[in-house]
Design a protein around this ligand. Structure first.
Ligand code: CP3
Length: 340
């Protein structure tokens, strides 16, 4: 069986499998070259031939244990009819849903034709992938996608969505429910097309107080998992409630993920005792340690292996790779993990 699927079934691997969040991207010259020919970023996501090629680039170069579908979490608002654009160097732009009337006007169902090219990318990658490499699909968690839909862009503290959730909880809940249902269908489509497992990215889970975290992060992801497993009973699912900290304990006891991806601020003893006893752990190299390289990088990699590799563990970053990261530092990390 593929090493990552072994880990997602709770089995410890002698050498932990490894992949990196955002492993296809701007730190790779071959990505930058292809990105230039593709037109817009969404054109790249929706052109199966190019998206499949970009998905495979980091596999060819580094031999990671997983390929992650090249797409974006904002494909879901796009399917809901929201205009989504990516300005070079500025991040995503959407028409903001900044009052209750706009929220209540959000389409209740998605145009699922939008998902067809993404599923075609999954099928193409699957055909070309070596048999030991896991193909991961993904979506954004409803809360994180909602932060972009409400603000219309990335924000430092996600204040627009947090305020909307306090001020207009019913309208906000309606949007979250729509995202639950569309994201469930999107993940089911990716799994049917050949994804071996899926990851649910809740990048902004860490900004909410506990009761709000339970309502807007835990409950929607629970529902997505229930919907997916109603169709695909043993679907393998990784959760990434970034920044959840001490709430990770509650997250893994209530959300039936096969693995939880953790960021670099998590306390190792707490993760071993309260999290890894229940589910596999993925993570958690600081992307800045990877960028720094040298002895600091070796030390950071060794610490992670010492902390987590005796249990079910997938080596990853604690968040996406930074565009400035030297390729040699990625190679150094893989050697360190694999040649111990
Ligand atoms: O390699 C992979 O991980 C697969 C592809 C992938 C992308 N985005 C490609 C991308 C995945 C899994 C994502 C997830 C994603 N997208 C998240 C969750 C994970 C995270 O990093 O927090 C979020 C919050 C987004 C939304 C998003 N997309 C933002 C905020 C940005 C702009 C910031 C940035 O990094 O540029 C994007 C653009 C984006 N998505 C790029 C890539 C490779 C860069 C755009 C480009 O190449 O022009």
């Amino acid at each position: 069986m593929k090493p990552i699927l072994e880990v997602l079934s709770g089995r410890v691997q002698a050498v932990p499998p490894v992949w990196f969040m955002r492993q296809a991207g701007r730190y790779l010259p071959e990505y930058r070259a292809l990105r230039e020919r593709a037109g817009s970023f969404l054109d790249l996501c929706f052109t199966p031939e190019l998206a499949a090629e970009v998905t495979l680039q980091p596999i060819r170069r580094f031999g990671f244990d997983a390929a992650i579908l090249f797409s974006d979490i904002l494909v879901v608002p796009h399917a809901l009819g929201r205009t989504v654009t990516f300005e070079a160097g500025e991040g995503p732009r959407l028409e903001p849903l900044d009052d209750a009337a706009k929220l209540n006007g959000l389409a209740a169902t998605a145009d699922e034709k939008v998902f067809a090219p993404v599923c075609e990318t999954v099928r193409r990658v699957k055909r070309e992938l070596p048999p030991n490499i896991t193909l991961l699909g993904f979506c954004g968690a409803p809360w994180t996608v909602a932060t972009y839909m409400v603000a219309g862009r990335g924000t430092p503290d996600q204040a627009p969505a947090r305020l909307m959730a306090y001020r207009k909880p019913e309208a906000f809940a309606r949007m979250i429910d729509i995202l639950v249902s569309v994201s469930s269908r999107y993940l089911i489509a990716q799994l049917r097309a050949g994804a071996d497992a899926v990851q649910i990215f809740d990048t902004w889970a860490g900004v909410l107080p506990p009761a709000e975290f339970a309502r807007w992060c835990i409950a929607p992801v629970q529902k997505i998992i229930a919907n997916v497993r109603a169709e695909i009973p043993n679907a393998k699912i990784i959760g990434f409630p970034r920044g959840a900290g001490a709430s990770l304990d509650g997250y893994v006891s209530r959300v039936p993920v096969n693995a939880v991806s953790i960021d670099w601020t998590a306390d190792p003893a707490f993760i071993r005792d309260r999290v890894q006893r229940r589910v596999a752990v993925q993570g958690n190299l600081d992307p800045l340690a990877l960028l720094a390289g040298g002895a600091a990088l070796d030390r950071a990699v060794d610490e992670i292996l010492e902390n987590f590799a005796t249990g079910p563990f997938i080596f990853n970053l604690g968040h996406g790779i930074l565009p400035e990261t030297p390729i040699a530092h990625v190679e150094q990390t893989l050697r360190r993990i694999r040649n111990r």
